[in-house]
Ligand binder design. Structure first.
Ligand SMILES: Cc1ncc(COP(=O)(O)O)c(C=O)c1O
Length: 376
């Protein structure tokens, strides 16, 4: 038995994911956190930090900064400098700060994690969307759509890499084309790489957008966190990596007086997760691969539901348009399954399923999924 098989009851906890369906027989496979305990080394470090008993304002210690630098070098062969780091309480904060900091219109590719759609609006920016296309069995960039969606006013490109919800781990070739596009249009790229530790395909590697070339680095705000990979999103600890000093100053100015210090427990968790948890991480990826195989087989066994490959993330993007449901998410909820509604991602008729859960939970979810499809 794997440690990830343990079913931990989250119903009476403070979980947003489980609280949504309190008192109802609905399995929540929506918001993107996993139903697994954090790595034991992280839990032990947090216990030790709590023992200290003093929880004043925190900042990144030299050992934490070094852990981040070493992690990025070790995992992605990306050499960064300590002063490029800007600590944040979350990536959504980072997306909104980027929209605040950069004057002009914003470009992104849909379907997309909903805060990419709301952040430009919240800063009074016009958002232009380019649709990704599904071709040759996978989601791809549509160069014409990108070209058509960018205007003379576009200044910021919000990139999701790996991409939530379509699960692509963008290749070097694709990233180089995006970098050339950003260069030609003179765009700042805000690259949300929160899922970078969750590449499931063993023949693929995450390539930080900013690591492509000095030109790409100069125009990039990279957003990262240990939160998804090590399942500590509630600890509120993330960071931006911005190598260009002028861009970094603009970003810091937009944060001024609005963005709080990072939670000290989040800082503790980040250091240990990046430094001491690579075995746990390997086991997690193996477990998620097993879940992914089971899920793909079960979903694609349905005549009127289908999904493509999931190269990265623990999120499946499922096409249920053939079920002809007016409210797909509500229909699946009525059959005991809480999924994210594709309409929120800019794609009505699709559903997103979070498979970061014990296999027993997933199997029950897949049973309910089949019944929901059959009764539609
Ligand atoms: C692409 C992406 N960015 C950001 C977030 C959330 O980041 P945070 O909780 O750090 O604000 C998520 C969570 O699902 C996500 O998928």
């Amino acid at each position: 038995m794997s440690k990830f098989d343990e079913v931990i009851d989250r119903r009476d906890s403070d979980s947003i994911k489980w609280g949504k369906y309190a008192g109802r027989e609905v399995l929540p496979l929506w918001v993107a956190d996993m139903d697994f305990a954090a790595p034991p080394a992280v839990v032990a470090a947090l216990q030790q930090r709590i023992e200290h008993g003093v929880f004043g304002y925190g900042h990144s210690s030299p050992t934490l900064t070094q852990a981040v630098i070493d992690h990025l070098q070790g995992e992605y062969a990306w050499q960064i400098e300590a002063e490029w780091l800007v600590w944040l309480p979350g990536l959504v904060t980072g997306l909104n700060v980027a929209c605040h900091a950069i004057d002009g219109e914003v470009l992104t590719a849909t379907p997309i994690y909903p805060p990419f759609l709301s952040a430009p609006r919240l800063s009074g920016r016009t958002l232009n969307r380019a649709e990704l296309r599904f071709a040759d069995g996978r989601w791809q960039w549509d160069k014409n759509a990108l070209e058509n969606a960018s205007t003379a006013e576009t200044r910021l490109f919000l990139l999701c890499h790996p991409h939530n919800p379509v699960g692509r781990c963008w290749s070097r070739e694709e990233l180089l084309e995006l970098a050339a596009f950003a260069e030609a249009k003179d765009l700042i790229v805000c690259s949300d790489e929160i899922h970078c530790g969750l590449v499931l395909d063993e023949d693929k590697r995450h390539i930080p957008f900013a690591s492509l070339s000095p030109e790409a680095a100069r125009r990039t705000i990279t957003l990262m966190a240990p939160s998804k990979t090590f399942n500590v999103p509630g600890l509120g600890c993330a960071f931006a990596v911005i190598s260009d000093p002028t861009l970094r100053r603009r970003f810091l100015r937009a944060m001024d007086g609005i963005v709080p210090h990072v939670n000290v427990l989040g800082l503790t968790a980040c250091e240990v997760a990046y430094r001491d948890c690579s075995d746990w991480h390997d086991e997690l990826l193996a477990y998620l691969r097993g879940n992914r195989e089971q899920l793909i087989t079960a979903v694609n066994a349905q005549k009127r539901a289908k999904m493509g490959p999931v190269e990265a993330t623990y999120l499946a993007w499922i096409d249920v348009r053939e079920l002809n449901l007016e409210k797909p998410a509500a229909h699946f909820e009525a059959h005991g399954l809480g999924l994210s509604d594709g309409a929120d991602f800019g794609a009505p008729g699709w559903l997103r399923l979070n498979f970061g859960c014990p296999r027993e939970t997933l199997n029950e979810a897949l049973r309910r999924f089949a019944v929901a499809c059959a009764t539609a």
